[in-house]
Design a protein around this ligand. Structure first.
Ligand code: MEZ
Length: 598
């Protein structure tokens, strides 16, 4: 195993000036006398040492500073307000760095408002100085300088992106015996996976057995291929199906609860595994993986964006990366293996406009981190792309919002109607078909309608209520009136009849677990929005990144949404988490073995 070579040279916060840059951008920095910032306020108490370790530089993850916050104020759990069902400290972000939102020397930001638009109370020090984000630019000169200077540090495996694929890769590589650094550009881990609402598709699990569900690897593969319009790389789908049950077992062994089962659109049986109690799968898995990575000493570095993959001159194998740290600046870190787990490009407007112009004005359910960085990094060094222009619109994003209304809401029993209150499709069809059908309705949006039975079954729906997204009435007639859906009463009456007989005479929906009879009744407005980018870096079944001649780029691996081929033209609900766990683990093990045998 290799040893760290060189001590990092940090350039940002100088201790003497208590965290303020003395060089560029001078007027933009607050002075110590300016008590408008959180930093200045604390400085008045005990000087800089109240937040900073005066004998050391501030690390990119701001670990010391965050420990100091928690020591005085408590952590997110302590700060959570039990009066509120949802509050910023106990939301699905989990226990994240305080400095993600509370900035020491600049305007604080509600990170959650990147997806939501809460009218929170004003965050303390809201009138502190506004600064340009540290990661606004990709500075090619600085990148080149870091390469010329050579590595400041060395490890076996570098993993880029701390979502589900990245964590699974890191933990697996570490367990294979490699030294691992996991870089994440955001101030906290989780990526898009943290927002996953649905579940993890797996076949042959004890959970399926317990419920008496007949399923097979063959069916899993057929469903995924059919959903992907047979454009998937079948060998990748086969691996995902074969290793899916092991993936569930692995997550459970790390502490996850995957005991609830449901059926997602396009699947012929219940194979979507999720936490029991109706909680969203993403936050649960991410919190489990964060804890596992921590207990295994995976070296997670936040606020650290990888900006270049460096190849060796002699054989074009991986030499390492250039990483841009919030405080440490640009540095090359050497490694024999790199795993790209950076997610898709659903939040990169230019890429969407280029690859899928018809979607360019659509909202997106994605985390703001999903900007296609890995695709750019891999392309730059000659990686091949597959299905790069296939972008999935999820049919039910809350209209005029970025909030996903999970397809489990339809799976559990909601109906979908147009603005006149008429059903227009089998609600459980695949996402591409459902999205197309909504866009063909006259107002290009639809309503999901359900009753109180569903709210009781699905905890996450209470969250939509909390966000003010639900219309509510004591009768279907009243609901029709407040939403303008004039045909709703007849539609619901017909649906209840079909549900009682088990035969949907209108659209052939084969699962109708609930009728709509128990007040209050609810409706939520939905429209298609960008949800998943199916295309990306071409990989082998071993998660090796392929070059334009379809040979592996030695030492480069990829997993999750940054890759293409697994989902074809359309991903089925529940297959994203399966992909990240199965191929994340493969990438981690293979990257470690490659580095350790070099
Ligand atoms: O896998 C998904 O994207 C999924 C199940 C989403 C959802 O609607 O919940």
């Amino acid at each position: 195993m290799k040893r760290r070579l060189v001590i990092l040279i940090f350039v940002a916060l100088s201790i003497g000036s208590c965290g303020y840059h003395e060089d560029s951008d001078k007027q933009a920095q607050p002075s110590i006398e300016d008590n408008k910032s959180l930093g200045a306020f604390h400085t008045e108490m005990e000087g800089c040492a109240i937040c900073h370790d005066e004998t050391a530089e501030v690390t990119d993850s701001e670990t010391y500073e965050n420990t100091q916050c928690i020591e005085c104020h408590g952590d997110s759990a302590d700060l959570g307000n039990p009066e509120l069902e949802y509050d910023p400290h106990t939301s699905h972000l989990g226990n994240i760095n305080c400095t993600s939102c509370h900035k020491g020397h600049e305007t604080p930001q509600f990170y959650c408002n990147n997806c939501h638009s809460f009218e929170h109370y004003n965050m303390p020090f809201a009138d502190a100085v506004k600064k340009e984000p540290w990661d606004k630019d990709w500075n090619q000169n600085a990148i080149q300088k870091a390469i010329d200077a050579g590595p400041v540090e060395e490890t076996d495996v570098i993993v880029v992106g701390a979502g589900s694929a990245g964590f699974n890769a890191s933990i697996s590589a570490h367990r294979t015996g490699a030294e691992v650094i996991l870089f994440e550009k955001a101030p906290f881990s989780g990526g898009n996976s943290m927002l996953a609402a649905g579940g993890f598709n797996a076949v042959g699990t004890p959970q399926q057995k317990k419920k008496g569900i007949e399923d097979s690897i063959e069916w899993f593969v057929e469903d995924a291929m059919k959903g992907g319009r047979y454009q998937n790389d079948e060998a990748l789908v086969q691996i995902m199906a074969e290793e899916s049950a092991d993936g569930i077992k692995w997550l459970v062994s790390l502490g996850a609860n995957m005991d609830d089962l449901k059926r997602s659109g396009g699947a012929r049986v219940e194979r979507t595994h999720r936490p029991s109690g109706g909680a969203s799968v993403g936050p649960h898995i991410i919190m489990t993986l964060r804890a596992a990575a921590k207990s295994e000493n995976v070296d997670l570095r936040l606020n650290s964006r990888v900006e270049k993959i460096v190849l060796k001159e002699e054989d074009k194998s991986v030499a390492g990366v250039v990483v841009h740290g919030k405080h440490s600046g640009y540095n090359m870190v050497a490694a024999d293996s790199v795993v790209l787990a950076t997610g898709g490009y659903g939040m990169n407007k230019e890429m969407i406009a280029y690859y899928r112009p018809t979607f360019k004005d659509m909202t997106s359910s994605n985390n703001i981190t999903a900007t296609g960085d890995g695709i750019r990094l891999a392309k730059e060094i000659g990686a091949s792309m597959t299905d790069i222009d296939w972008v999935q619109a999820h049919p039910t994003i809350g209209k005029d919002s970025r909030i996903l209304i999970s397809e489990t809401v339809r799976g559990v029993g909601a109906i979908m109607v147009n603005t006149d209150g008429q059903r227009f499709i089998n609600e459980l069809t695949t996402r591409d078909r459902a999205s197309d059908a909504i866009l063909k309705q006259k107002d290009q949006y639809a309503w999901l309608v359900f009753d109180t039975q569903l709210i009781e079954k699905k905890k996450m729906v209470r969250g939509y209520d909390h966000l003010g997204m639900l219309q509510k009435a004591n009768t279907i007639e009243q609901l029709a009136e407040i939403t303008g859906m004039s045909s709703l009463p007849e539609t619901v009456e017909a649906y209840n009849r079909f549900q009682a007989t088990g035969k949907d005479e209108a659209f052939g929906r084969d699962q109708m677990p609930l009728n709509l009879t128990q007040p209050p009744f609810y409706a939520v407005r939905v429209a298609p929005g960008i949800h998943h980018t199916m295309g990306g870096v071409a990989i082998s079944v071993e998660s090796e990144v392929l070059n334009l001649q379809s040979y592996p780029i030695l030492g480069l691996y990829a997993a999750g949404e940054v890759t293409g081929g697994v989902h074809g033209y359309n991903r089925l609900g529940g297959n994203a988490i399966a992909d990240t766990v199965v191929f994340g683990r493969r990438a981690g093990v293979n990257a470690a073995q490659f580095a350790l045998t070099k």
